[in-house]
Design a protein around this ligand. Structure first.
Ligand code: FAD
Length: 432
């Protein structure tokens, strides 16, 4: 018989945003027993970025419980006991199959009805799969994606299996964005042959200038990673259901034991089609106002799935970044506890990545004219982007905490570019 449960606030989705929501809820005096979090994952909220970084190392790898939220900001490690000790019901392995916003009820796949007064949608995003591109052979064994702990475990298991058959393990990574780059860096240490295949003319083309990308490309090649640019994996072939060959658009055929796909993500909005206003995709997402409320009263959206308008760009868009997931989660916790008392949500676009012993940060937008600074051979270098005399974007490799804070300030304060910006370089940021 179908069971039912009732909570005053329900957060659907057990991602990064949920962990930071719960943290803020408790910090701000919310009653734990008023809150339920529902997730189809097997574990409570963790710092997802770890999966493409330290999780993949052959030695000294990150493992749960080490990276439950909110360790990413130096906060308490919220393991399952943390939630239960605060009276928060965190339902894992619970997939919601339908949502009825009029009757304020979610229904699980086994028919349990969960009712709420306030709902927070934190369903995040799912990876784009080769099936989505209708790539022949997409369903072969040996094709991996990376979104959840179980995905990372499967990938590492696949490498271990392949190694049993011989020392030469060939891995093709599809995609030259940050996931492809981070996965490449993580897997190099396994002593495997790595090839990144991507259609763009350079790594992270949307963000990096040719000069910046050139540094990372040389660095990767120096580590033995092969880069195949301006080409596409158009088909996979296999034997006995297992992938053996990646066929490229150029006609090249690459022998493979494993394929790792890092070609972006799509927001999980399907449950709410017709019930809340959506942003037509891509990028898609659930439209929210300045208080992160959807078009349905009492229903909020946070993290990767929420489409909002940052003041900096003035464009309705989603931010697939951990900092935004953390901040939106905390924001809506406060909004539900003390409605209307905080300023509207705003976010300065911010990306970062760590690969090998490299580490970069980027603030703003990579639009307009780039001005490069620093000497790449010294390891510390970067770029500003200038639009109508204002510095709108700033990138820095290997910055210290102070230096990263300084380039952030350049963007936050909408600093005017001096004529000798290139000569001043990083000193300009430090001088503000
Ligand atoms: P998610 O973390 O995606 O969580 C959503 C959760 O909801 C999932 O567990 C999902 O299964 C669950 N869910 C969805 N639908 C249902 C349903 N119907 N029923 C039950 N549960 C459901 N960002 C950075 O800024 N820097 C990085 O270095 C970085 N690295 C990353 C590395 C990887 C491998 C990945 C995948 C992402 C990375 N990101 C990074 C992005 C960052 O992790 C995301 O922006 C963040 O996780 C978004 O949090 P979220 O809570 O909105 O959604």
């Amino acid at each position: 018989s179908a069971a039912s449960k009732s909570f005053s606030t329900v957060l659907l989705g057990g991602g990064v945003a949920s962990g930071y929501f719960a943290r803020e809820w408790i910090k701000e005096g919310g009653k734990g027993s008023d809150l339920a979090i529902i997730s189809d994952d097997t574990v409570v909220a963790y710092e997802r970025p770890a999966l493409s970084k330290a999780y993949l190392f052959p030695e000294g790898a990150a493992r749960l419980p080490g990276f439950y939220t909110s360790v990413g900001v130096g906060g308490e490690r919220q393991d399952p006991t943390w939630y239960s000790s605060h009276g928060i019901e965190y339902l894992t392995e619970t997939a919601i199959k339908s949502a009825d916003l009029k009757n304020k009820t979610l229904t699980t796949e086994d028919g349990t009805a969960i009712s709420f007064e306030k709902l927070v949608i934190g369903t995040g995003a799912r990876v784009t799969r080769l099936e989505d591109f209708k790539t022949p052979g997409a369903d072969l064994e040996g094709v991996y994606y990376l979104r959840k702990v179980a995905d990372a475990d499967a990938l590492l298991e696949g490498i271990a299996e392949a190694k049993k058959k011989g020392p030469d393990v060939n891995i093709v990574i599809v995609g030259g964005g940050y996931i492809g780059m981070e996965v490449g860096a993580g897997l190099v240490k396994h002593g495997v042959n790595l090839t990144l295949v991507f259609p763009e003319s350079r790594l992270m083309e949307r963000l990096l200038t040719p000069e910046l990308a050139g540094f990372y490309e040389k660095y990767y090649e120096g580590k033995g990673v092969k880069l195949i640019k301006k080409d596409l994996v158009t088909a996979l072939e296999g034997t006995d259901g297992k992938v053996t060959t990646a066929v490229l658009k150029s006609g090249k055929r690459l022998p493979v034991d494993l394929v790792v796909v890092g070609t972006g993500a799509r927001p999980n909005v399907e449950l709410f089609k017709g019930a809340v206003d959506l942003l037509e995709g891509p990028p898609g997402g659930i439209k929210v106002d300045g208080r992160l409320q959807t078009s349905a009263p009492g229903v909020f959206a946070v993290g990767d799935v929420a489409a909002f308008k940052p003041a900096f760009t003035g464009e309705l868009t989603r931010q697939e970044h951990v900092t935004n997931a953390r901040l939106t989660g905390a924001y809506v916790a406060r909004e539900i506890l003390t409605p209307g008392t905080q300023p509207e949500y705003d976010y300065l676009p911010f990306f970062y990545s760590r690969e090998f012993d490299l580490s970069w940060q980027f603030y703003g937008q990579s639009q307009g004219d780039p001005v490069h600074f620093g000497d790449q051979s010294s390891g510390k270098f970067g770029a500003y982007w200038i639009k109508d005399g204002t510095v709108v974007g700033a990138f820095l490799e290997s910055g210290s905490e102070e230096e990263n804070a300084a380039i952030k300030k350049v963007i936050q304060t909408k600093a005017k570019a001096p004529s000798d910006l290139q000569a001043q370089g990083l000193a300009f940021a430090a001088s503000l």
